[in-house]
Structures are given as C-alpha cells and as structure tokens.
Design a protein around this ligand. Structure first.
Ligand code: SDX
Length: 446
C-alpha cells in the first residue's frame, strides 16, 4: 500500500498482469538492457547506478527536486490517500479519532503503534503531565526576547535549549532515554508555548496545573489571571483537543522530513525538534494558518474576494490555506476544522472573517484555475478563524500547530532511528558549475 498513490482500480484497457515484479530499462545511449526489481510499486534509486556508458562513469541517478515523487523511507505511522482525501494514524481514520479519542491517547497511538489500554493510558497521562515544568533558567532566555518577538522564534530557541538541560538525551539508542525525552517534549512544549505567549503580553508566567487535562492545562497557562484555579470552558478545551488530534502527524511533510534528516546525524531529539519547528514555521507549511488570517484581514470584506482571487489567478498572490502536495481533494482535516469552528463560534461568537473564507472557498471550488490544479482547502484554511475567536494573536497560530505535531515528529524520528535501512541523510547533486580553473590575483581580475 503506497500512501502517495491512491488505490485506483486497473482500467479495463490495462494489459494483463505478467506476475513479474521487475522493470526492464533499455539505455538507448548504448542499447544495454537492465532489469530492476519493483517492490511496493517502487524501484530503488541505487539500482540505477549500474547504468553507465563508460565503466568510469559514476552511474545513473534519479533527479527529483523537492522530492515530488521520491519515497525517503518506509513508514507505518500515517497513511494518506491524496486523491480520496483519506488520512489514518496507524490505520485509524482521522474522522473516528477526532470523534472518539483525545490528543494524548492519539499521541500514544502514533508513538507506540497501538491504542493504549486503560492502565497504559493512565501511566502515559501521568508521565506526560508530570513533565510539564521547565527549568527556571529557561525563563531567563524568554526574558531576553523583545516583547514583540514572534513566539515561533522563541519556541525554536527554547526547544533547542532543552538539549542543554538534558544531556542524557544523546543516548538515542537507549529506549528508556527516548521514552523520558518523549515525556519531556510532549509535556514541555505547551509550557514553552504558553510562557512565550505570556512574555509577549508582559504577564507573569502561569505554572502547570496537574489537575487539568493536557489542553485544559495549556489553556490555564495561557489565560489564567487572578483566579486561584483556572476552569477551562469544556467546549473550547475539547475543540483544542480535537485540533491537536488533527495536527498530530502527517507522514513525510516538510517538518517531519527535517526531523528525520537532522535526526539522522544522531543528534539529540531536542535539537532535531527545534529544526522541525523551524521548518514548520515557514508560510508554505505550518506558518500558513497565520498567513490565512492575514490574507482574510487584507481582503477585508466579501465584496473584495473576487478581486483578490483575480490577483491569485494572475500569479501575484497565493490563496493561503489552499493546495497541498499530497491532497488533490478536500483535506479531510479541513472538513472537521470547519465543523469545530461553528462549535467554537456558538460559545465565543461568530468570527466575521469566516464569511470571507467561505466566499474564497465557494469561488475557488468553482473556478477552473483552482479546479484544474486540484487546489482545495487544507488544514490551515479554517484553523486560524478558531484560534482568533479563542483570543490567540495570529503569531501564536503556528505554535498551536507545533505543539501537537511534536508527537508525530518524535514518532518519525524514532522510526528512522530503528530502521536498519536508514543512515545519515546525504543526497547527491547534479553539478553544472565551473570546471577546474586557476586562481587569479585581485589586481588581474576583470
Ligand atoms: C501544511 O505536507 C504536508 O503534509 C503539510 C501539512 C501537514 O500537516 O504537515 O499538510 C500542513 O503545510 C498544509 C499546507 C499549508 N500551506 C499553504 O496553505 C500555503 C499555500 N499553498 C501553497 O503554497 C501550495 O499549495 C503548497 C506549498 C501547499 C503545495 O505546493 P506544491 O505541492 O509544491 O504545489 P505547487 O506549488 O507546485 O503548485 C502547483 C500549481 C502551481 O501553479 P502552476 O505553476 O501550475 O501554474 O498550483 C499553484 C501553483 O502556483 N498553487 C497555488 C496555490 N498552491 C498551489 N496557486 C494559488 N494559491 C495556492 N495556495
């Protein structure tokens, strides 16, 4: 089963299967013929190296900028069918997990491969909950940031700083050490995020409350003021928990690829997570949810949508929150987010920007520019509307993506480490630069 290809029935005109799982390649430069094995509907790129014109040649490579058609690993964590809009974590559909599970339970599933029984879930919750505190010194790093520092910059920095507090994390092939760092990362990401938010407001840091749920405690550290104990609104607490489930993993996306690539040098998981967080920060990736809101604010009213769409079609702008490398259908997560948005608006009031978003979607789903390019709303299109209604500033939106994705990053990192076929990531290149040339002293240069 290959997640980058949807399951498509063989057309009636397809030739009958031969049962031979090989590819025959004829090199027309010299007429040589090669037979390479096919496994999982894929050939190994290294099997191309035997194809040479001269024995001294390096041999054939494949060229795939941005890895649009290259599998970098074998994984059992997340399955996506882009044509059918299917997303499953360890075989469980995102729709069922969003309806019946919790983020911590889903994180356990993603990391361990199975849903926990009651005892396992209780122990898992206990350990993550009891690793929410951060070293007091980290507050000094946060105090060093400007008040208007972007919280993703603060999060990247403080996650990386965790590696200096836990040198035992370098023991990456010790399962007990990996377990401990997993508790710490899942437990501390919300705390680092909340502290960054409170720093930007100039408000005192709120310490974790272990009597609250994972999301309840996060809301506590964000929004508590003078009350002795924070009581999260249950609808908002559940809405955030479901959003965290939706963002928990997404196979070999840009930030997971960063996690695997940086982790392949055998650095500690905190440094690799900082790299993954940095990749997620980009406006084409997890930073898109912030850019969607900025786009909706820039459009300003439903009446201006048509003019903005015209600029998009002219190539002047991207319709942020639309399009996806894998989904060529509606992102299944976006459908769930859209439903959650109305539940949150029932509690907090309707975010007027949703009318602009709905008009963008209506036009885009009818317009050939988007239809022909199979551009549909992705997970980032509606999330920002919810976060804004919940009182988050736009700069916090990518942070709200990074927190739950930490479980996916760790799972991908661990799977890479334990995969005997994996080694340090070091792609090849096609060199088209200068041939050998001699040094010319400055006074003789043109
Ligand atoms: C996430 O990979 C993942 O799984 C990511 C993610 C996850 O959970 O980890 O799902 C999370 O990152 C979601 C994506 C969030 N990003 C955005 O919403 C930013 C806007 N989207 C685009 O930047 C773009 O769609 C990407 C980056 C998401 C995907 O880019 P691809 O696959 O490289 O597609 P492409 O850039 O080659 O686009 C194909 C065509 C191009 O037009 P032509 O050159 O054929 O004329 O579609 C156009 C693009 O210009 N296009 C868009 C567009 N996205 C693609 N045109 C207008 N608006 C857009 N949003």
């Amino acid at each position: 089963m290959s997640s980058t290809k949807s399951g498509t029935a063989a057309s009636s005109s397809a030739p009958a299967a031969t049962g031979r799982e090989t590819l025959t390649i004829i090199d027309n430069r010299n007429g040589r013929q090669y037979e390479v094995p096919i496994k999982h509907d894929t050939i190994r790129a290294i099997d191309l190296r035997q194809m040479k014109v001269h024995e001294s040649d390096f041999g054939m490579m494949s060229y795939d900028p941005a890895f649009t058609n290259t599998a970098s690993c074998i994984s059992k964590i997340t399955f996506i069918d882009g044509d059918k809009g299917i997303l499953r974590y360890r075989g469980y559909s995102i729709e069922e997990l969003a309806e019946k599970s919790t983020y911590l339970e889903t994180a356990y599933l993603i990391l361990h491969g199975e849903l926990p029984n009651e005892a396992q879930l209780k122990e898992w919750t206990y350990h993550v909950t009891h690793h929410t505190f951060i070293h007091e010194s980290i507050k000094k790093f946060l105090d060093g940031f400007h008040y208007d520092a972007h919280p993703m910059g603060m999060l990247i920095s403080t996650v990386a700083a965790l590696s200096t507090f836990y040198p035992d994390a370098k023991d990456i092939f010790n399962p007990e050490s990996r377990r401990k760092q997993t508790y710490r990362l899942l437990g501390k990401m919300p705390t680092l995020a909340a502290f960054a938010y409170r720093h930007s407001l100039g408000m005192p840091f709120i310490y974790p409350d272990n009597d609250l749920s994972y999301c309840g405690n996060f809301l506590n550290m964000l929004f508590r003021t003078t009350e002795l104990q924070y009581h999260p609104n249950p609808t908002l607490e559940r809405a955030l928990d479901v959003l965290f489930i939706l963002h928990a993993d997404h196979e070999q996306n840009c930030s997971s690829t960063a996690m695997r690539g940086v982790g392949s040098s055998h650095v500690d998981p905190y440094s690799a997570t900082a790299a993954a967080t940095a990749a997620l920060y980009g406006p084409l990736h997890g930073g898109a949810n912030e850019q969607v809101l900025r786009m909706l604010v820039e459009i300003g009213s439903v009446n201006n949508v048509a003019a903005y769409i015209k600029r998009v079609k002219a190539g002047e702008k991207l319709l942020m929150g639309f399009g996806h490398r894998v989904y060529k259908n509606y992102d299944p997560r976006a459908k769930i987010v859209k439903r959650i948005a109305y539940e949150v608006f029932d509690v907090l009031g309707r975010n007027p920007l949703i009318d602009i978003a709905l008009e963008c979607e209506r036009i885009a789903l009818e317009d050939d520019y988007f239809v022909s390019r199979r551009l549909y709303p992705n997970v980032d299109f509606y999330t920002g509307l919810i976060y804004q209604a919940m009182g988050f500033p736009m700069t916090m939106f990518p942070v709200l993506f990074a927190i739950p994705r930490t479980s996916g990053w760790i799972a991908q990192w661990q799977e890479m480490l334990l995969d005997s076929e994996q080694k340090i990531a070091r792609p090849r290149q096609i060199y088209l630069g200068h041939d050998l040339r001699s040094y010319i002293p400055p006074d003789r240069r043109g």
